[in-house]
Structure formats: C-alpha cells, structure tokens
Design a protein around this ligand. Structure first.
Ligand code: AP5
Length: 237
C-alpha cells in the first residue's frame, strides 16, 4: 500500500527563506507546495473583490482577514493532489485563530519547521550585543527582501547577491514584489512578532527549529535530515 503522504508546515519571519526551502523540498519529496502569500497574490491578479481587499492589508504588512484566507487555504488542502501526494504549507497558519481552524478541519501536520534567522551570540559576550540581537536580525531580513527578485516564467526565487540569476536572459525578465521594500518588510516583521508565539505553542511537540542564517544548501541539509527520517519511518509502517 502507498505510504501515508507527508504533511509539513514551514514558518518563519518575512524573508527567512520559506519559499526558497519549499522549492528544494518539493523537488526532492514531491509534496504540493501551498503558500498563503502566493494564493493571495493569485487572487489579486484575478482582479476579484477579495483580491482588492487583500492587497490593502498586504500593503500595510498586516494579516489579511480570516474570512478571505481560511477558506482559501482549506479548499486548496482538500484538492486531490494535496491529499494524494502530501502537502507543504508555507506561511500558514499565522495566528491562533488560523491554527485552531485548521485543527478543527482535521489538518494535523507531521512536522512544523521554524526557520530562525539570527546571529548566534556566544555566552559571555557583552550584554549590549545580546540586546542588539533583534536589530541585527532585522538588517539581514531587510537585505534579503530588498535584493529579492522573482522569475515570472519559472516562479523561481532569486537574490541579486546570494542567489543571482544563471543567465542574462533570466536577469532581464526578473520582477520585484510590491511589498518588498524596507519600510514594508519592517511592518511585516512587526506583525510576525505579534503572532508567532501563539502558533508555536500549538505545534510545540512537533517543531523542528532550523538555523536559517547559513547558505540555502546548508539550511536544506538540516530539513532534509528530518524529512528523510520521517519518510523512512513511514515506509516501515
Ligand atoms: P508571504 O508571501 O508569505 O511573505 P512573507 O511571510 O513576508 O515571506 P516572504 O515570501 O517575504 O519570504 P520567504 O520566507 O518565503 O523568503 P524567500 O525564500 O523568498 O506573505 C505576504 C503577505 O500576505 C503578508 O504580509 C500578509 O499580508 C499576507 N499573508 C500571507 N499569509 C497570510 C496568512 N496566513 N494570514 C493572513 N495574511 C497572510 O527568501 C527571501 C530572499 O532571501 C530571496 O531573495 C532569497 O533568494 C534569499 N535567501 C533565501 N534563503 C537564503 C539564505 N539561506 N541565505 C541568503 N539568502 C537567502
């Protein structure tokens, strides 16, 4: 019989590398990538009323109201491809209400991946360095957002410095997201800090904390180890 497909969630601050890791995970494990942000951007592109409303919130770096997001994600999770191949939920849930709704709908992940982009401060270093921890963290995320570019043809995520396009042809067609400015990412980060704890508490016992402040291949190696183990355990059942 076919093994029970994997159900994975990935969370982290804006620009912590969720989308980048999802590309690598889906390539190896064939899970269906469901990103709340991508679903919302598709809704905006469709020109619908919901899309217009969603954009107002996204421009302010706030969470889009649940009456728009919750059913959108639920319906995508229920499509046959997600059910058959397993899913990788990216950027959802982002609040206690969303996490509770998912649980009530019966969606329980096997693993909750938390990408942490932080500077490791060695024990014994000066206190002011510890106090400036969040500031440094924010600078890394801002640099990532400002340098991010997207390929509208393949959907691939690039960074002008850390993950530059392979050819001139790709470089010429790259686009930027409307919320990828320093000002807007700071607002998104604030929203993230306000909501993350409640979601983490919900998945505490299945959380894998991953250091996101290393090259993307090294971030993936940490995730890959855990997923391989989960996969192997499934095959034995
Ligand atoms: P969303 O689209 O989910 O944006 P986000 O959470 O801000 O995350 P990003 O997509 O910006 O970053 P990422 O972590 O995927 O990083 P990436 O891999 O691209 O949400 C947008 C908005 O939609 C929200 O603000 C909200 O309004 C709304 N929304 C979404 N979900 C919602 C929900 N559940 N409820 C309500 N509203 C919701 O990487 C970033 C850059 O860094 C890239 O250039 C990449 O190349 C580079 N990079 C990646 N990894 C590394 C590395 N290891 N080293 C160096 N550079 C790296």
């Amino acid at each position: 019989a076919k093994a029970d497909p994997l159900k994975i969630m990935i969370s982290g601050a804006p620009a912590s590398g969720k989308g980048t890791q999802c590309e690598l995970i889906t390539k190896k494990y064939g899970l269906v990538h469901i990103a709340a942000g991508d679903l919302l951007r598709a809704e905006i592109a469709s020109g619908s009323e919901n899309g217009k409303r969603a954009k107002e919130y996204m421009e302010k770096g706030q969470l889009v109201p649940n009456e728009i997001v919750v059913m959108m994600v639920k319906e995508r999770l229920l499509l046959p491809d997600s059910q058959e191949n397993g899913w990788l939920l990216d950027g959802y849930p982002r609040s206690l209400v969303q996490a509770t709704a998912l649980k009530e709908f019966g969606f329980q992940p096997d693993l909750f991946i938390l990408l942490e982009v932080r500077i490791l401060v060695a024990a014994g270093m000066l206190y002011y360095l510890v106090a400036s921890h969040y500031l440094v963290n924010e600078e890394i995320l801002v640099e990532r957002v400002v340098g991010r570019r997207l390929d509208p043809v393949t959907g691939k995520i690039y960074h002008l410095k850390y993950s530059p396009p392979e050819t001139e042809e790709i470089a010429a067609r790259l686009t930027q997201r409307f919320d990828d400015t320093e000002e807007k990412v700071k607002l998104r980060l604030q929203t993230h800090h306000q909501n993350v704890e409640a979601v983490l508490l919900m998945y505490e016992d299945i959380t894998l904390k991953v250091n996101g402040n290393v090259p993307k291949e090294d971030v993936f190696a940490q995730i890959d180890g855990a997923l391989t183990k989960l996969h192997e355990d499934r095959k034995l059942i």
